[in-house]
Ligand binder design. Structure first.
Ligand SMILES: [Zn+2]
Length: 439
């Protein structure tokens, strides 16, 4: 066990039984709070025939109905309340407001009271300490400068709480390399928060740049993105330092990160959040260790807590203690349910495909898309990808090489189609990984 990994050693190593009893106490308090202070929950629970009197501890959790982004959207449509009826305090008490990305509709709005802000800052400090940030470190934060509407921007105060210097100067998240290696050359940065490997690594290669000549004390890079083994390898080779991943959605300020023993899974602080893994269709808990939809219950927020909130991410959970000494759950992310297709009996996630595609120099960092039939399962996997034409001698042969490699690794019949970049939409945060079309 390495206590030096923990910002808060006492809570990180709390015995499982104590974590669960803490969760039970906080759940009882939270249900009472939301029921009496939010119109959404009062109606949501009344309709399910539940009141705070029915919740006495953790074992009563499954009595509560689950909720999803669509439920919040529906409420908002009906009431025009940007907080979808979930705000439990007067809006004037919010010291910060954030919103979701809005990939699939109008973004959700939520916020933090001063007490919430202090809690999240501490929670994010725990996450950042686990990836290696220490007092005296010098880092960057493109979220704070360019995406201050996003909940994960709380990584900036989190790093400052540890005692790090945080430069938040990127004009957007595609200029991380320029800002931190040109404008901030001489700032002696010790860890860098990256995001778009294709832009950053291109920048390094075009200038034949070794980041350690600019920042000789650079120890690691870190990010918050689904990370395939291929993506990690490319990042570590290009930057010449280890890569650490964090995670969690913005809308409940989830703060997960890898420890040296958990890669690629991430620890989630269970004293703050109850983690459930549910069957995506029945919403019943899956067998231990099986894949299912990540569902979280916020135990700390007074402003906008979501309870039994289904996140649409498919994960596996390991509740056993980790060799690092932490007793908190480790989550392995498979991908977004919406970014997967079912081929025969196999569920294929976009990351599974990326992991194979990006290994080939001609499709390194390619934009790609899975074609999903409206009727699932479908008989073949169809992958569209961009490519570096100058790295291919024979396109027909290359396509068949790719098809063989994907089919062998994922065990599904595969067709690959080469497309031009304009044919796949790309935003600052995500490109469209699945296109629904008849196949
Ligand atoms: Zn660990």
């Amino acid at each position: 066990m390495s206590q030096s990994l923990f910002w808060d050693p006492m809570i990180e190593t709390l015995p499982r039984a104590q974590i669960e009893s803490l969760q039970g106490m906080r759940l009882v308090r939270q249900v009472d709070w939301v029921y009496h202070n939010s119109e959404f929950y009062r109606q949501w629970y009344s309709r399910a025939g539940i009141s705070p009197n029915d919740i006495h501890g953790l074992s009563d959790l499954t009595k509560l109905p689950t909720m999803s982004k669509d439920d919040l959207r529906e409420w908002r449509k009906k009431t025009h309340d940007p907080f979808s009826g979930t705000l439990c305090v007067p809006p004037k008490l919010l010291v910060r407001m954030h919103h979701s990305t809005g990939t699939s509709g109008l973004p959700n709005v939520y916020g933090l009271t001063q007490k919430d802000w202090d809690d999240v800052t501490d929670q994010f400090a725990r996450m950042l300490y686990r990836v290696g940030i220490r007092s005296g470190d010098v880092t960057n934060n493109w979220l704070e400068s360019a995406m201050s509407w996003h909940g994960f921007t709380m990584t900036a105060p989190g790093a400052r709480r540890i005692g790090a210097t945080v430069y938040s100067l990127e004009p957007d998240n595609r200029s991380i390399a320029q800002t931190n290696l040109e404008m901030l050359a001489g700032a002696d940065m010790t860890c860098l928060f990256t995001y778009h490997p294709e832009f950053e690594i291109n920048y390094l290669r075009q200038r034949d740049l070794d980041p350690k000549t600019v920042h000789p004390n650079l120890r690691f890079i870190y990010s918050a993105a689904l990370t395939t083994p291929t993506r990690r390898k490319l990042l570590e080779e290009a930057w010449g330092v280890p890569y650490w991943n964090m995670g969690g959605g913005g809308d409940q300020y989830l703060s997960e990160s890898e420890c040296p023993y958990s890669i690629p899974s991430m620890h989630m602080p269970e004293d703050r959040t109850i983690v459930e893994v549910l069957d995506p269709v029945t919403h019943e808990p899956v067998e231990p260790g099986q894949e299912g939809e990540l569902t979280v219950t916020n135990l700390w927020a007074e402003a906008c807590p979501y309870l039994r909130y289904r996140l649409e991410d498919i994960v596996r959970a390991d509740y056993n203690s980790c060799p690092c000494g932490s007793t908190h759950v480790r989550l392995t992310y498979r991908g977004r349910m919406a970014w997967s297709v079912e081929v025969g009996g196999v569920r294929v996630f976009s990351d599974d495909v990326e992991n194979v595609l990006w290994r080939f120099p001609a499709t390194e960092f390619a934009q790609y898309q899975l074609v999903k039939s409206p009727v699932q399962p479908q008989p073949r996997l169809i992958v569209r990808t961009t490519r570096h034409a100058d790295r291919i001698h024979d396109e027909v042969r290359f396509v068949s090489q790719l098809e063989d490699a994907i089919a062998e690794e994922l065990q599904v019949p595969t067709t690959v189609q080469l497309v031009n970049p304009g044919q796949i939409g790309i935003g600052t945060v995500k490109f469209q990984r699945v296109a629904v079309e008849s196949v």
